[in-house]
Ligand binder design. Sequence first.
Ligand SMILES: *Cc1c(COP(=O)(O)O)cnc(C)c1O
Length: 360
Amino acid sequence: MKRTHNFNPGPAVLPAPVLEQAQAEMLDYRGRGMSVLEMSHRSKEYEAINASVEARLKHLLGLGDDYRILLMQGGASTQFAVLPMNFLPADATADYLVTGVWGEKAVEEARRFGTVHVAANTEAGGFRELPASDAITLSAAPAYVHITTNETVQGVQWHALPALGTAPLVADMSSDILARPLDARAFALLYAGAQKNIGPAGVTVVAVRTKWLEEANAEIPVALRYKTFASNNSLYNTPPVFAVYMLDLVLEWIEKQGLDVVGERNAHKAQLIYDAIDASGGFYRGHAVRSARSLMNVTFRLPEEQLEKQFVAEAEAAGMVGLAGHRSIGGVRASLYNALEIASCQALAQFMADFLQRNG
Ligand SMILES: *Cc1c(COP(=O)(O)O)cnc(C)c1O
């Protein structure tokens, strides 16, 4: 069996052992004579999967009983609206730090429900950097402060949190959740679509501080209330059972290695590609400034668009897929999520050196 070097931005590469286990359990899940796909979400087998995901997420995020894990649907894009529906009263203000296109989209949605104060925006500089602390201006009493920990399109990632006041802190962690050890307790709420770093598309992870949850709006549609998911263990309506099962297997895979080991490997993988950029004498130009470089999405340009097209096509012919930059900014993007092997980064770094030799 040949596995492609998969640099897809999401849905993305999954761990081979996880896919193998899912395959082995496909027709007969642990002696039950059926697939997880065919099971009632009220069965004790599925309830065990559901509870396992919750426990593993709490453990890996370092969260205790003062947090709830909610397994929702609709992706981070739906959270852009669900978050303000639950936590932004019409007469209140929420602060957003905008460091890339996903933050922009989150702002657009929040504006439908209340007032948004953009506390920082790095668009003028092309979303290459993170705002300096003196460029962050919080409003007087925000309902919450929202950041995007990793901007997937531009390849810009927060490596340490700036001072953001005392309001509840919220993060879109879709593209770097569980990529490295992180103090999740700093956040009142975090959310992430699973399909980049921790599983397949279809399930959206939310972790929320129990105390803050009490303040959530209970006057919105029942299936959009965080409280509904909390009081029903995410089983109010039919969950995406197979996606949750796959999420459980990926979390188990992370636990077995240890999050610190996964984080070190991710740092090493990114270093291989950034080294290839930095050693190219300006042929490859990284999009992000050094201090904001993402470990997950490495974005760079070549001297001409034509060369970028050629780079992506030749890489694909050499067994490396998913390298075209997002349609909004072009260039090249290598997504290096948890399940991507070091060997894939070594292959790409080697290809970059060879391509430079031939075209530089
Ligand atoms: C991919 C992504 C989204 C959108 O996720 P969907 O699951 O497609 O809605 C939002 N935010 C970030 C940071 C992302 O990487």
